[in-house]
Write a protein that binds this ligand. Sequence first.
Ligand code: HEC
Ligand code: HEC
Length: 305
Amino acid sequence: MSQTGGRPRLAGGANPPAAACDIRSAGACFSAADPYVVIAMTRLVLLFSLLVLAHSAQAADLEAGRSRATAVCAACHGANGVSVSDAIPNLAGQKAVYLETQLKAMKEGARKSPIMNAIASQLSPPDIADVAAYFSSQPGATAAAKSEFLPGLVKTGVTFPEDYQRTFTKYHTINFPATRQVRYYYANKTALQAAQQGRSLPDGSYLFAEVHSAKLDADKSPVMGGDGFYVADQLLFHTAMARDAGWGKDIPEMLRNEDWNYAVFTTSRQPRPANQAECLACHKPLDKTSFTFTLEQLKSGPKPQ
Ligand code: HEC
Ligand code: HEC
């Protein structure tokens, strides 16, 4: 910052000589001190700045749109608006007004999408205009085209907890009627102790779920066990979230959940490629509960073993 407050000062600071001929028009000479000229010029300057203002209120900033798109939206829609998976729409070449309308609806919650509601709520109206204009300016793609996941959102610090059956505590179970699954939730000691002492979950916390298909009866309805939960049939995969120092540092702020990382593991305990951007976005609004949906159950769950 300049010490004079940023306003440029005329070198020398002297006033022009009163007799100077400042404007020549049709051979006549007007002085800038002439009151008519001063009024006319003031009007012109006013008109001009109004025009500039009106223009910049409408014009989106393509560069700002591009830089946000590259940093954040790229994780799912691709940097050029060609998405990374079949479940995510392309934005390239879409009409800007449509993109803006959808983003506004998702910001306000009128259009429901847990992932996009979390993202759009962080965009201001000018941000929305910028990203809409940017994606709209990108060339459309063939239906088969796909973008790569962002490397920073594939990389995860979470490894399979080999000894979870011995060292973790099972704290919760949920039936999923739509997918006919039952999920068992486990937590390590660090997470369980913190939750039960009313602290937010610290580095070293690990939450883990076993996803099972439900056993089906002759009508293909899940068989209910005596405990009110579906009887598990087959283990399908695991989901996991854990945090440690520095794990969030490569994640763009709009997606970052402090230092939490996410992972999906196969039944043979191998990492399954997952776009952490989706996990992060959906869990992001839960910043008051350690980004955890089942914190209440963790608090009131069994004491750590
Ligand atoms: C974590 C993944 C993810 C990220 C990051 C993401 N989106 Fe989305 N976006 C989605 C998904 C999934 C949908 C489909 C939502 C639905 O209807 O269920 C979607 C839908 C949209 C739509 C509506 C498209 C249509 O055809 O109706 C717009 C517009 C959009 N996103 C813009 C953005 C912008 C702009 C950003 C970056 C600021 C962004 N998204 C970041 C996953 C993401
Ligand atoms: C569409 C939103 C959504 C997405 C996307 C999502 N989650 Fe979740 N997650 C939930 C909800 C809701 C729960 C609460 C219990 C449940 O439904 O399993 C949950 C619970 C969990 C839990 C148990 C701890 C807790 O927060 O209660 C883990 C672990 C987890 N998710 C991991 C993941 C991983 C890994 C991904 C990405 C591959 C992911 N989640 C993506 C919504 C989501």
